[in-house]
Unconditional design. Sequence first.
Length: 506
Amino acid sequence: MIIVIDFGSQYTHLISRRVRELGVKSEIIFPFTELDAIKKMNPDGIILSGGPNSVYDKDAPHLNNDIWNWILEEDIPVLGLCYGLHLIAKRFNGEIGKSKRREYGVTSVTIKKSDRIFEGLEKKQRVWMSHGDKVLKLPENFEILASSENCRFASFRYKNIYALQWHPEVVHTENGMKMLNNFLFKICRCEKDWDMEDFMKKTIGDIRKKIGDKKAIIALSGGVDSSIAAVLTSRAIGKNLTAVFVDTGLLRKNEGEHVEKICKEFKLKFLKIDAKDRFFEKLKGVKDTEMKRKIIGEEFIRIFEKEAKKENAEFLIQGTIYPDVIESGSKTADTIKSHHNVGGLPENVDLEIIEPLSYLYKDEVREIGKKLGIPNEIINQHPFPGPGLAVRITGEVNEENIKICREASYILEEELKKAGVFYDLWQAFAVVLEDRVVGVVGDQRKYGRIVALRIVESKDAMTANFAKLNWNLLEEISTKITNELPEVVSVAYFISNKPPQTIEPC
Ligand code: XMP
């Protein structure tokens, strides 16, 4: 397996996914991870990610010397990318400084020395760079492998420690995958054994071993992750799993039907709880979205505990996936949002939590879903947040706001499906804003509601771009929303990418 150490780059997940695409298990850890924990992972190689800092910054993250010494003693291959390259240079007493020109975008580099990392590649390579600092003096004993016009030390190496100033993980580096492939198989001598079929079988076995004859419950929301986690777990423990569908009143249109369909088709034991009133009551007057998340998380788990007691369940299965785990686990990064299924959970939960998908990225989860025979319309649904429509309403969560949010999202989804673009998008939904604007209805002025559309393309939700949809399609959607929802007089479109805006508005 390969360890990716996250120094704060927006591409850390991308690096990890690329490694898995090449058939090797990868895990992300943070620079403060203890050496013992790293040793236990028994990595074949380590990748140091990029990051926003300069290595001389006061609070810049570093890899501690214990780890470096162990790497050198054991001769563990290392690949430092961008900031990772600067870290290598600093550790071995090179010199790093501000580059006169910030290199950003596609750049041509020349390979100066043939090496395993560039095996099979031409001398000139188009690579993607994004750096303000560069190495000014190469550490002793290192040799230059590649240079660009502005960066003489664009790639260098000492034994099995490799450094690239560019990002092989992004698609703009034409042969980035080949470089990673060479690192994994020629330098680290990894085996290609990251395979979803194996993962599925192993997970089913692990769940069976852990739960045995005891009972478990799962919150089935109808979304991709919980549906797949439920079916996977039921393969392991059959009727000892109860799927609990809590109708929070904050779900998408038709979500309940999806849940029933899955349960019937896969013979899941199934319990439906109508908790709408309870959620609306608790959320009355609350506008702060972190508050909403906490309240929903807390209510949810309390309902669960009660049902679990009735069922005598000792385990709670959750559909948490890898990016949520990493985003919540980073002590160096600011808390961006407390994810409902991780950070939002109250601390004193009575059930033991099992998260069978917590190692997987979304595309991997979908692959498992396919192998389990789950229908495409469920597997290919857009992701939906645990706290539901509540985080798509900037004001209070009440019946009216939820109705507008749910109906407008449904109209949007249907229109995008008709236009044949829905499944190419990462997410597309409506947001209900608290402000009102003037509209004209009949001959009268009316302060009406605003629905803002968030429609994004993304690979893994860590970054996202707003979708450049056809104007006529957007106009049709807007007209349909204002026609069918008389409260709404205005439809807006978020034209910001992530970063700086997140995908969910709240
Ligand atoms: P953001 O808004 O952080 O979203 O750009 C990234 C991905 O995570 C989903 N998301 C959530 N999922 N609970 C969840 O289970 C949450 O509180 C939550 N907030 C965001 C979001 O839909 C997107 O796919």
